[in-house]
Design a protein around this ligand. Structure first.
Ligand code: B1M
Length: 211
């Protein structure tokens, strides 16, 4: 299986979507667990993409191809990752903050929360604080989840928390934040209720939050 995961990571890094999908199906046929495929194949590949992007060896069009491979494979894994206890644990409204188009991590968190029994309302990316507030009014969730991948968009999380206060909704909803540049310290500083380092810990923390 190790070899198959290595091939999958290489195909993702090369942006070869059909190959990534074939290898994902092959791994499932060989009884690999969806979480192992995700962690050892797809995310292992995305890690390398991130490093090469940072080093200037990969450019945006190439990274987009890799991201499309990842998202397409996640479509196959989604029903398996979100399989879980059917009893609804609560409702989560989730989105990526304004100015930020990164959605792979947010989608993963949404899938795992569904697997953890939460009803998830996914607002998508580039969500303005006013739209988060409207969604909280409309859906009355237990948790509002915000994702940010850019240091420049992280302040939108604080802006949204302030907007919730102004709308008189802050006490009705717990706020969870996450994304690569986000830390527990940042969550504490802006008054979020929880920080998720990854999709699995986000789901655990969501379950622990008192409603
Ligand atoms: Co962008 N990008 N990108 N990018 N991109 C980063 C984030 C960057 C770190 C790359 C780098 O330079 N090393 C850098 C940000 C630097 C910074 O701010 N400090 C960066 C940049 C600069 C940019 C642009 C500005 C580039 C440009 O235009 N010059 C641009 C911005 C566009 C915009 O958003 N306005 C841009 C564009 C893009 C693409 C469109 C090409 C593509 C996104 C495609 C998509 O998402 N559909 C892209 C990608 C793919 C990346 C990297 C390579 C990978 C991100 C990813 O998907 N990781 C990324 C490098 C990196 O992060 N190492 C990079 C895999 C994903 C599973 O992990 O998202 O961290 P992650 O999610 C994790 C946890 O963080 C956590 O759980 C997830 C699952 O375990 N988590 C939560 C996430 N959200 C959570 C919410 C929670 C709890 C946990 O509670 C609610």
């Amino acid at each position: 299986m190790k070899e198959l995961f290595e091939k999958m990571a290489s195909a993702l890094i090369a942006g070869h979507q059909e190959e990534v999908l074939t290898l994902t199906r092959e791994a499932l046929d060989n009884k690999a667990a969806a979480r192992d495929i995700l962690d050892n194949g797809l995310l292992a590949g995305m890690d390398v993409v991130g490093q090469r992007f940072k080093a200037g060896d990969l450019f945006i069009p190439e990274v987009l191809l890799c991201a499309r491979c990842m998202l397409a494979a996640m479509d196959i894994l989604d029903p398996l990752l979100s399989e879980g206890d059917a009893t609804a644990t609560g409702t989560v409204v989730i989105g990526t903050v304004e100015g930020d188009l990164h959605d792979i991590g947010k989608n993963l968190v949404a899938m795992m929360l569904q697997g953890g029994g939460f009803k998830v309302v996914d607002l998508g990316t580039n969500i303005k604080s006013a739209d988060f507030v409207s969604a909280v009014e409309q859906h009355q969730p237990d948790i509002l989840g915000m994702s940010a991948l850019l240091t420049t968009t992280m302040p939108k999380m604080q802006e949204t928390i302030e907007a919730l206060k102004e709308a008189g909704l802050r006490d009705q909803v717990k706020v969870m934040i996450g994304g690569a540049p986000v830390t527990q310290d940042y969550a504490d500083r802006i008054g979020a209720d929880a920080y998720g380092a990854n999709a699995a810990s986000a789901t655990e923390k969501a379950k622990e939050l008192p409603s």
